[in-house]
Design a binder for this molecule. Structure first.
Ligand code: URA
Length: 240
């Protein structure tokens, strides 16, 4: 039988301590021991369940998985550090004291539901294009959408950079003489997809909020607040 193995940097990141890039640095600094011996090679193979790993003298254990939903505010970047010192999603997770990574990203000007976790497999399951998890956005655009424009959004259109959007579900919520509000569900994750779709039909996005991933809704989670998800909720996010 094949022994379960993983590289040293992966063992540390899967334990929920820090990202792989960070743990690679620690390993190279000589802070990590395997079976009592300092190992400076992040790609060193470790037999899980057999080899004993220490970081700074502390035994590394596989950490329990954690899943968090954040209602990301606008003006906040979805990344760990920002070289322009803008606020990041981690500023809103200070009381969590666990390392988590964002599953995908929302643009700085987009608010709403963002899942963060330390479970890399779960993150990959949500993100891989083949999984086609639907994501619903509440959108406010400049101007009034015509029937033809709704049709284009729903049936796919050229969004530039040689990309075409796939099928989408569109529901008008409200319309005034200046603006249109609607819900748009897409099952893809192209870069800035919703904004590019709206721009392709000639309407600038004025507000964009992600309100649902799979069957998991943002609900009444206040802006800037997070909650730890139950197992049932994490499964809901995977529903197509
Ligand atoms: N589509 C966008 O244009 N921006 C986001 O943040 C998410 C989807």
């Amino acid at each position: 039988m094949k022994k379960p193995r993983a590289t040293l940097d992966r063992i540390l990141s899967k334990a929920g301590i820090a990202s792989r890039t960070t743990t690679r640095g620690w390993i190279e600094e000589g802070r990590v021991k395997v079976n009592g011996r300092v190992i400076r090679n992040p790609d060193h193979w470790v037999e899980t369940g057999k080899d004993v790993v220490h970081l700074d003298g502390l035994k590394v254990r596989e950490e329990k998985k954690i899943y968090v939903a954040l209602n990301k505010p606008t003006g906040v970047v979805t990344s760990f550090g920002d070289n322009r010192y803008r606020p990041t999603v981690y500023d809103y997770l200070r009381s969590l004291d666990r390392w988590v990574f964002p599953v995908g990203r929302l643009d700085m000007d987009t608010s709403g539901l963002l899942i963060l976790t330390n479970d890399t497999q779960y993150g990959e399951a949500l993100l891989q294009p083949e999984s086609k998890i639907p994501k619903t956005y509440y959108v406010k655009v400049d101007g009034v959408l015509t029937a033809e424009e709704y049709f284009k959004l729903a049936y796919g259109l050229d969004i530039g950079h040689s990309e075409v959007s796939g099928r989408a579900v569109v529901h008008e919520v409200r319309v005034s003489d200046k603006y249109t509000w609607f819900e748009l569900t897409i099952s893809e994750g192209k870069n800035r997809q919703v904004r590019r779709m709206c721009e392709a039909v000639g309407h600038a996005v004025l507000k964009l909020v992600r309100i649902q991933i799979g069957d998991l809704s943002l609900g009444d989670l206040p802006v800037g607040q997070f909650k730890v998800l139950t197992q049932k909720e994490t499964q809901k996010a995977l529903q197509k």
